[in-house]
Design a protein around this ligand. Structure first.
Ligand SMILES: [Fe+2]
Ligand SMILES: [Fe+2]
Length: 173
């Protein structure tokens, strides 16, 4: 067994394993964004447009809000798979907030894992998950269209793809 270090070109996190995972375990990016750590180059973005800056700040807020919803939902759900799924999604959305913050050189966003929300039933939680992902996909599609910087385009296009997988998951249950 030979393990190696892989690195995600979206979130920058490293994964140790024999094979490239199908998706980044941290941000959920599909495997084409992962490569051997020795080939990794830190992404740089200079001269962000005002439009991209505003869009990224809006996206950070959205990710923080969704992460907090998921951590809360992971405690409130009754179903054991849903509890695990929502916790994993909370971590993924937290990673997205951090990835976006790096582009605008903002501080690491603060995510409160202990917010308490309405205690809804599982069906309502899954519906809210679906609605939140749908909104994220719509906003990021717009932001992607407005972006001119290669790194901003790369991140928003990966996020659209990742949030679609989250919505598919919500649609299955
Ligand atoms: Fe990643
Ligand atoms: Fe996200």
């Amino acid at each position: 067994m030979t393990v190696k270090t892989w690195r995600c070109h979206i979130c920058g996190d490293a994964y140790i394993g024999e094979d490239r995972p199908t998706h980044c375990p941290f941000c959920g990016a599909p495997d084409r964004h992962l490569g051997p750590a020795e080939d990794y180059k830190e992404p740089t973005v200079d001269n962000l447009t005002e439009v991209s800056k505003d869009n990224i700040f809006e996206a950070i807020k959205l990710e923080v809000d969704n992460a907090q919803f998921y951590f809360c939902a992971s405690r409130n759900a009754k179903d054991i798979e849903l509890r695990a799924r929502f916790k994993a999604l909370g971590k993924v959305e937290s990673e997205h907030a951090e990835t976006l913050a790096k582009i605008v050189k903002a501080q690491k966003p603060v995510i409160d894992r202990d917010t308490t929300g309405r205690h809804e039933d599982d069906t309502a939680l899954v519906q809210e998950s679906h609605d939140r992902e749908q909104k994220a996909i719509e906003r990021y599609g717009k932001f992607l269209g407005e972006a001119t910087e290669p790194r901003v385009k790369e991140v928003f296009s990966a996020l659209v793809e990742i949030e679609k997988t989250h919505m598919d998951l919500a649609d299955k249950k």
